[in-house]
Design a protein around this ligand. Sequence first.
Ligand SMILES: [Zn+2]
Length: 95
Amino acid sequence: MEALILFAALVVGAAIYFLPSIVAQKRKHRQQTAITVLNLLLGWTFLGWVAAMVWAFGEVKPNTDRQCPFCAEDIRLEAIKCRHCGADLSATTAT
Ligand SMILES: [Zn+2]
Protein backbone atom coordinates (compact mmCIF):
# COMPACT_ATOMS: atom_id res chain seq x y z
CA MET A 1 0.00 0.00 0.00
CA GLU A 2 2.80 2.41 0.88
CA ALA A 3 4.56 1.55 -2.37
CA LEU A 4 1.37 2.37 -4.26
CA ILE A 5 1.07 5.77 -2.57
CA LEU A 6 4.75 6.46 -3.26
CA PHE A 7 4.27 5.52 -6.92
CA ALA A 8 1.18 7.74 -7.23
CA ALA A 9 3.06 10.65 -5.65
CA LEU A 10 5.92 10.07 -8.10
CA VAL A 11 3.54 10.10 -11.10
CA VAL A 12 1.76 13.25 -9.89
CA GLY A 13 5.14 14.89 -9.16
CA ALA A 14 6.42 14.08 -12.65
CA ALA A 15 3.20 15.41 -14.21
CA ILE A 16 3.60 18.70 -12.32
CA TYR A 17 7.31 18.88 -13.19
CA PHE A 18 6.59 18.40 -16.91
CA LEU A 19 3.47 20.56 -16.96
CA PRO A 20 5.14 23.32 -19.08
CA SER A 21 6.10 20.70 -21.71
CA ILE A 22 2.61 19.22 -21.66
CA VAL A 23 1.02 22.68 -22.01
CA ALA A 24 3.36 23.54 -24.92
CA GLN A 25 2.49 20.28 -26.66
CA LYS A 26 -1.27 20.70 -26.14
CA ARG A 27 -1.14 24.27 -27.49
CA LYS A 28 1.00 23.11 -30.45
CA HIS A 29 3.61 25.72 -29.53
CA ARG A 30 6.20 26.21 -32.29
CA GLN A 31 9.00 26.19 -29.69
CA GLN A 32 7.75 23.11 -27.86
CA THR A 33 11.08 21.28 -28.25
CA ALA A 34 12.98 24.21 -26.73
CA ILE A 35 10.41 24.50 -23.95
CA THR A 36 10.76 20.78 -23.20
CA VAL A 37 14.56 21.08 -23.07
CA LEU A 38 14.34 24.11 -20.75
CA ASN A 39 11.78 22.27 -18.63
CA LEU A 40 13.95 19.16 -18.45
CA LEU A 41 17.29 20.88 -17.74
CA LEU A 42 16.26 23.86 -15.59
CA GLY A 43 12.84 22.79 -14.33
CA TRP A 44 14.36 21.73 -11.01
CA THR A 45 15.30 25.35 -10.36
CA PHE A 46 11.97 27.00 -9.62
CA LEU A 47 12.87 29.90 -11.93
CA GLY A 48 13.49 27.56 -14.88
CA TRP A 49 10.14 25.89 -14.35
CA VAL A 50 8.31 29.24 -14.18
CA ALA A 51 10.14 30.47 -17.31
CA ALA A 52 9.16 27.32 -19.22
CA MET A 53 5.56 27.69 -18.04
CA VAL A 54 5.34 31.36 -19.10
CA TRP A 55 6.92 30.47 -22.45
CA ALA A 56 4.50 27.59 -22.96
CA PHE A 57 1.55 29.92 -22.39
CA GLY A 58 3.02 32.55 -24.72
CA GLU A 59 1.50 33.51 -28.03
CA VAL A 60 1.17 30.74 -30.56
CA LYS A 61 1.51 32.26 -34.00
CA PRO A 62 -0.20 30.53 -36.90
CA ASN A 63 2.16 29.04 -39.46
CA THR A 64 3.09 31.91 -41.78
CA ASP A 65 5.65 30.02 -43.84
CA ARG A 66 5.44 27.60 -46.71
CA GLN A 67 7.98 25.87 -48.86
CA CYS A 68 9.09 27.17 -52.23
CA PRO A 69 8.19 24.51 -54.82
CA PHE A 70 11.36 25.31 -56.77
CA CYS A 71 14.14 25.51 -54.18
CA ALA A 72 12.40 24.04 -51.09
CA GLU A 73 13.40 27.01 -48.89
CA ASP A 74 10.93 28.43 -46.38
CA ILE A 75 9.15 31.51 -47.67
CA ARG A 76 6.21 33.62 -46.50
CA LEU A 77 2.72 32.35 -47.20
CA GLU A 78 1.84 35.54 -49.12
CA ALA A 79 5.04 35.59 -51.19
CA ILE A 80 4.62 36.00 -54.94
CA LYS A 81 8.36 35.79 -55.59
CA CYS A 82 10.85 33.51 -53.83
CA ARG A 83 13.51 35.49 -51.96
CA HIS A 84 15.95 32.60 -52.28
CA CYS A 85 15.79 31.50 -55.92
CA GLY A 86 13.76 34.39 -57.34
CA ALA A 87 11.12 32.10 -58.84
CA ASP A 88 7.76 33.64 -59.75
CA LEU A 89 5.22 32.18 -57.33
CA SER A 90 2.19 34.30 -58.27
CA ALA A 91 0.54 31.28 -59.91
CA THR A 92 1.18 29.03 -56.90
CA THR A 93 0.20 31.53 -54.18
CA ALA A 94 -1.93 29.83 -51.57
CA THR A 95 -5.35 31.35 -51.11
ZN1 LIG B 1 12.73 29.34 -54.18
